[in-house]
Design a protein around this ligand. Structure first.
Ligand SMILES: Cc1cc2nc3c(=O)[nH]c(=O)nc-3n(C[C@H](O)[C@H](O)[C@H](O)COP(=O)(O)OP(=O)(O)OC[C@H]3O[C@@H](n4cnc5c(N)ncnc54)[C@H](O)[C@@H]3O)c2cc1C
Length: 415
């Protein structure tokens, strides 16, 4: 087996590395990398993210997989993997563009009119405007097509009412992409329409949700008589499900395996630093057994990801088996964080970076891990995907599929 770069891949890697080195600070390999989930998206880090995005755009390194006509390089998926591998060696600002660049831009490219592409894509690429995804609702997550936020046509515009939830970054975003119900008489998937909305509209109220780790990465978003011009409709009326599927397909690629399963090195180091029975925890056979178990799983995950990389390198498109990465990786990062807390004893509860071992990455990782198991498809939904599309097992029963949405039974309204 040969996992080395091809000649072209090595040349691309060297070019990407040279650009990054010119503009960013290299990470010390022994330095603890901060947690993506624990990153605080405050004003200064958002300003830093915008500056870095502009630098990339001005040098032809923004959104490299986007076609050249939209400002990208038309890079292959393999080149995108190489770029991400190289970028991870440097200090970078929080990833506030994952949703916009990875999911929403490609959706506009696939379904937008020429005017919409010209109006939104260049600013999105330059990153001076940030975008969020307004899909989930209190009663529509895994079953997204059960959403109830309504859009009613009124002349040349639509009037939106309802509520979204878990909208990542909505509190600092300029634009959002939303799926709404425009025809309650049509079947669940058929009565939906997709829009672009300005997050600055006075009818939109954004309430950050306080998470268990103290951050507010996502929000509740309330819509009260929000007027959206018909020119901001993406795709035809009633075709919102197809447009949403484009966003969701890109989501799987954009969020990848997720989790911090790559932190084995830090975990080993922690075991070496923690005292136990007059020596270090690493000398304890029970600790070594647990580390070995985690190492085996990490390696299994790494080699499974190489399968995807080999497919990409050969120009093939990896299929739904890609769901395995997150299904295994997210619980593994949770298992690693739990073990790290156990190794630290009472210090495991300390979240202060200056006091806790390894900059307090583990409590943050422990508290964030359950979210990774939910975002972009829960464990159970990923299992359904693997069962139905990889193993070809019989599909789940979907009793409400062809029923007019207004006749789908619901529970009584909450009091
Ligand atoms: C960190 C994070 C960021 C997010 N960011 C965004 C965002 O930016 N925009 C956005 O729109 N949403 C976002 N979400 C929401 C996310 O898409 C939903 O949380 C997810 O789709 C699950 O939906 P739910 O929370 O309503 O859970 P539910 O769908 O209600 O699921 C509850 C439980 O039932 C199980 N279940 C549901 N259906 C089935 C089934 N058919 N078979 C077996 N088990 C089932 C689930 O696995 C789960 O255990 C984010 C979530 C997280 C955690």
């Amino acid at each position: 087996m040969d996992f080395d770069d091809t000649k072209e891949e090595a040349a691309f890697r060297a070019k990407a590395h040279a650009f990054l080195k010119e503009h960013l600070e290299l990470l010390d390999p022994d330095e603890i990398r901060p947690n993506a989930l624990g990153e605080r998206e405050d004003e200064s880090s958002i300003a830093w993210a915008k500056r870095w995005q502009l630098t990339k755009a001005e040098n032809g390194w923004a959104c490299i997989t986007w076609p050249k006509k939209y400002g990208g390089q038309g890079a292959t998926s393999m080149q995108s993997v190489i770029w991400n591998q190289e970028q991870s060696k440097f200090k970078t600002p929080p990833a506030i563009y994952t949703i916009g660049h990875g999911m929403l831009g490609p959706t506009i490219m696939a379904h937008g009119t020429d005017e919409q592409k010209q109006k939104y894509l260049p600013d999105m690429l330059r990153g001076q405007e940030v975008w969020c995804q307004l899909f989930s609702e209190p009663a529509a997550g895994s079953d997204l097509a059960g959403l109830r936020t309504s859009a009613v046509k009124d002349g040349d515009s639509w009037v939106l009412n309802g509520q979204k939830i878990w909208s990542t970054g909505a509190q600092y975003c300029d634009w959002g992409m939303i799926v709404t119900r425009t025809d309650p008489n049509a079947a669940k998937h058929a009565g939906l329409t997709y829009f672009i909305v300005s997050m600055k509209d006075p009818g939109i109220e954004i309430r950050p949700i306080k998470q268990i780790n103290g951050a507010s990465g996502f929000n509740e978003v309330f819509f009260t008589d929000v007027r959206v011009p018909d020119s901001q409709r993406l795709g035809s009326e009633g075709n919102g499900w197809a447009v949403a599927l484009t966003t969701l397909m890109n989501e799987r690629v954009a969020i990848g395996a997720g989790g911090g399963a790559g932190r084995f090195r830090e975990l080993m180091r922690l075991a070496g630093e923690m005292p136990r029975n007059g020596g270090s925890a690493l000398a304890d056979p029970a600790v070594r057994q647990r580390l070995a178990d985690i190492y085996v799983k990490s390696k299994g995950l790494q080699y499974t990801s190489y399968r995807t990389l080999s497919a990409l390198s050969r120009g093939a498109t990896p299929g739904p088996e890609g769901s395995i990465g997150k299904l295994v990786g997210a619980p593994l990062s949770q298992q690693m964080a739990a073990f790290a807390l156990e190794l630290q004893g009472p210090m495991g509860a300390v979240m202060n970076e200056d006091l806790a071992p390894q900059d307090a990455i583990w409590p943050d990782s422990y508290l964030g891990a359950p979210g990774i198991r939910i975002a972009g498809g829960t464990d159970e939904i990923l299992r359904n995907i693997i069962a139905e599309r990889v193993l070809r097992l019989p599909p789940e029963m979907r009793v409400d599929k062809n029923v007019p949405f207004r006749d789908v039974p619901t529970g009584p309204p909450s009091k």
